[in-house]
Design a protein around this ligand. Structure first.
Ligand SMILES: [Zn+2]
Length: 277
């Protein structure tokens, strides 16, 4: 075959054009749904077995393969179950990027997940907390939580007033649940019983795990404790509460059945899913 100068020029131009778009390299990579990985990272760790979370296993296993390839996770734990070994391995990955504290909590943020996927997978449905120093009714929350509270407030004819925000370890009765992002306490003293349950339902509708707490359960007045499902900044105790909520329990140390009346329950969801409708 005689390779002409014309052939070399035209095929070379086509090749560089497609490489510039990144289509050749990326088309072969698997796609990891960050929302599904976050779901498993909350639901899986407290499980007594290595059961998978429906819809999440295929995404988790891509993350685990990448952690294994970096020497952070044993091959035997590459199984699609985001258990405590995967949490530890992911935290090690975050620390290797220079993260500390809540940034190395063992569940993905979009930056660390995208970095992990380099040449291995692409990330869809990234979840962002926004600013950590946003506020709602005068207390610190992140932007995602603030937007969720605003949406909840819009469903009610009374206002949402916080008594505790996020990123605080000030309250020892909260067992570390408020140390990270996504978690708030809401005042209910001025609400009727029905209004309290309606507030719980509205919070759950937009993607909070929310429960009405009463004085018989702990050293606290009546209030609503709410944890934003799939907030990447959730502390480990708060993630365990999401596990409880997913399985219809109360998120307290006794893991008793959710005492919310049936009429005020809603299907499990999270903010990004709620917004898609
Ligand atoms: Zn609380």
């Amino acid at each position: 075959m005689t390779v002409t100068r014309r052939w070399v020029l035209s095929s070379g131009a086509a090749l560089s054009a497609s490489m510039a778009l990144g289509e050749v390299a990326d088309a072969a990579l698997p796609v990891v749904d960050m929302e599904m990985v976050l779901l498993a990272a909350q639901v899986d760790p407290p499980k007594p077995d290595t059961g998978l979370t429906p819809g999440a296993g295929a995404h988790v296993i891509q993350v685990e393969r990448a952690l294994n390839a970096k020497g952070l996770l044993a091959s035997g734990s590459v199984d699609g179950h985001y258990g405590t070994s995967t949490v530890s391995a992911y935290a090690a990955w975050q620390r290797s990027l220079g993260y500390t504290g809540i940034d190395a909590n063992g569940i993905p943020g979009s930056t660390s997940l995208t970095a992990l996927g380099q040449n291995r997978f692409t990330v869809t449905r990234p979840v962002h907390t926004g600013s950590r120093t946003a506020s709602y009714s005068g207390l610190q929350v992140n932007t995602r939580t603030r937007n969720m509270l605003s949406a909840t407030d819009g469903m009610l004819t009374w206002g949402i007033v916080l008594t505790q925000g996020s990123y605080t370890s000030a309250d020892p009765t909260s067992a570390g649940t408020h140390d990270g992002g996504g978690v708030v306490d809401i005042a209910v003293t001025n609400l009727t019983t029905t209004q309290r349950w309606q507030t719980v339902k509205a919070l759950r509708t937009v993607g909070f795990a929310a429960w009405l707490r009463n004085p018989s359960q702990g050293n606290w007045p009546y209030h609503i404790h709410a944890a934003a499902v799939s907030d990447p900044d959730l502390s480990q105790p708060a993630r365990n509460q999401i596990h409880d909520y997913y399985f219809g329990r109360n998120g307290l140390a006794n893991h008793a059945a959710d005492d919310t009346p049936t009429a005020y329950r809603t299907p499990f969801t999270w903010w990004e899913k709620y917004q898609r409708g």
